[in-house]
Design a protein around this ligand. Sequence first.
Ligand SMILES: Cc1cc2nc3c(=O)[nH]c(=O)nc-3n(C[C@H](O)[C@H](O)[C@H](O)COP(=O)(O)OP(=O)(O)OC[C@H]3O[C@@H](n4cnc5c(N)ncnc54)[C@H](O)[C@@H]3O)c2cc1C
Length: 418
Amino acid sequence: MGSKIAVIGGGPAGMTAAIRAAKAGAFVTLYEGNDRVGKKILSTGNGRCNFSNERMGAQYYHGSGKALAKQILECFGTDWTIAFFEAIGMRIKSREGYLYPASDQASCVLDLLRYELDRQRITVHTGKRIAEVRPQNGKFFLTPDKTAYDAVILACGGCAAPETGSDGNGFTLAEQLGHLIVTPVPALCALRCKETFFKQVAGVRCDAKVTLFVEEEETASERGELQLTDYGLSGIPVFQISRHAARALQEKKRVTARVSFLPDFDRETCRDYFRKRLAERPEDEMAVFLTGIVNKKITHLLLKLAGIRENERAKAVEAVAFERLCRLYLGIETQITDTNGFDRAQVCAGGVDCSEVAEDMMSKKIPGLYFAGEILDVDGICGGYNLQWAFASGAAAGEAAALSKSVGIRKEGGGRRS
Ligand SMILES: Cc1cc2nc3c(=O)[nH]c(=O)nc-3n(C[C@H](O)[C@H](O)[C@H](O)COP(=O)(O)OP(=O)(O)OC[C@H]3O[C@@H](n4cnc5c(N)ncnc54)[C@H](O)[C@@H]3O)c2cc1C
């Protein structure tokens, strides 16, 4: 007879774990705190659900689970995810390697997962938030439920977008079971800056390179469409580096960023460019002289920062001022004071410390206890990597839980570390 498994959390990780475990012969019950499963999926990829990526590998992931992610993705990589979704009825399309449902509807991904839960005869309890998991005499007992389970899969998510149900309570459950939690910080989010000049350029979107420095040391760099806001920096390149800023700020380190508005230029090519332009139009007033290089609002800001008047003739600008302007185009410096909060972050960096989780996603402390998805200290970059991790780790945990006959044994431990 198959083992009885409880999956806690009906997000992409929990649903995949449940489906995989049921397919492997287990009797599965899925508990979801919300009144329906998969709420967060609906807001992914701007409602289109970028569920995976053709470029896959551990290099796109961070956290103590980077090595674990590498192993899991070797078995449950992009090809596995494509096959899984095709098998449950989804047509898939690729936009330059970024994978989406052909319908462009996240709701279609969720529907197909829900139908498969039914097809696999998985018992789904919605509106049932689990407050405690108690291992006792080789079984697991859940509060507020009386059923005994052979194995439990914790797939409660992290604490990003808490309005979707993942509010960090899964970390408390894991802590109660003796697991260490790497302090959660927001990731894939905007960065807040000290300087007030951002108000002048709010709303601008432009191609830029953003380089992050922690205690003056270059830590990450990304190029792409930058979005300037009244409080600082946003857009995909900023999201990609945000987890490094968040972690460093949580550790009370000084974080700065350099934003280059001419990412194809270096100091020399930039100087040459302005020299040539000056030779061609020396009589132009500076506001006119600089028109057409980058967004106007940025030009106005850079002129101000360089201390050059907009109506000054180009030929009259001193060489040192030109040099200052050149430097500013290549990189304004800004101090990062904070990130946006969990309510405006796409994922959470941190979570269950993966040094305490085995390759089959089972707890090294409590046999029969498994983890899947964002509850673990694994965070991917933008581009379908976090959903891929949810599906892959869910499948691995579901399969391992169904195939093992482990017993729950309590061990000491639990707590937080950064
Ligand atoms: C706006 C937004 C856009 C995103 N876009 C993308 C994208 O395009 N591509 C991508 O790869 N990633 C994207 N992500 C990230 C991705 O959605 C998450 O990484 C992924 O959903 C994590 O899956 P999960 O199953 O681990 O957790 P979650 O999706 O957070 O699901 C956890 C579930 O567990 C339930 N739960 C929690 N505690 C309990 C409990 N005690 N008892 C019962 N149930 C409980 C919650 O209600 C929730 O339904 C996006 C995230 C956001 C917020």
